[in-house]
Design a protein around this ligand. Sequence first.
Ligand code: G1P
Length: 293
Amino acid sequence: MIDQALIVVAGLGTRLLPLSAAIPKELLPVGRKPGLQWIAEELCQAGVRQLVLVTSPRKNQIAALFDTDGSLRNALAGSKTPLAATGLWSAGPYAETPIRIAWQHEQHGLGHAVLCAADSVRPDPFILALGDTVIHPLGSARLMREMTEVFEANTADAVIAFQAVDSSAVSRYGIADPDRDDRVFGLRDLIEKPSAAAAPSRLAVAARYVFQPTIFDFLRRTEPGYGGEIQLTDAIRLMIREGGRVMGVVLPRGEKRIDLGSYDDFADAFIEQAFRDDPQLRARWREELERNP
Ligand code: G1P
């Protein structure tokens, strides 16, 4: 059982400005909860009992979401609203999960952010989730459970989630070179943001990974790559080249990744969660749309 996870909460959220000027993109609402809370719930549902958040001092509001100092619980103690009805993380089933913050003081890429947490993670396998991407249906741990099963059954060094994208979008993602045409496959290679012509497939990294802690050694040996940044993809590539067993899992049917850092996806996710998937608002909006299409 893999019981620790790292969530990277980094990046400036440039594509979402001005929404992300004062609020980290990971804390923006997706329906009734911030995106990051959905992710933390997804991971805890998959068996995680210890969370490490890597973030930058610019985003120090992150700890408030989890009420790590108890100040919100204390403030609510005398209020009429029962804590359990708030939906707060600290009133939910995973409130006791230890949460550690690891700081990334300078932005040198995703690989660098992960490396900043090397001393906060026990030397055991761990899950890595990117804090700006939720998996729909929100909070569901189906994908993460399947990934940890594949990891354990294959004694893998890493397992990565993938979703097929249009060829016009491959240059925005890490792209797999799979060894077979199947939902679960071995990776021959992984290429960060290739051109459509150079991409070995249309399978794009979908922001969820499982790693042996050896990934930190590969990251330490990784030189700056795409965009002059230390890329996690390049460390995984090194792992594969040196004989590591790296597997891919394509998202199950009915699940999809939603990149909250892109306004269109963020707006779709909010609308879907707030109206279509919300029992209270759904009926109201259906009537409203019928009256006022
Ligand atoms: C990162 C990774 C990339 C991955 C993407 C989405 O890129 O480097 O391989 O496909 O996340 O999971 P970023 O979006 O940070 O540029």
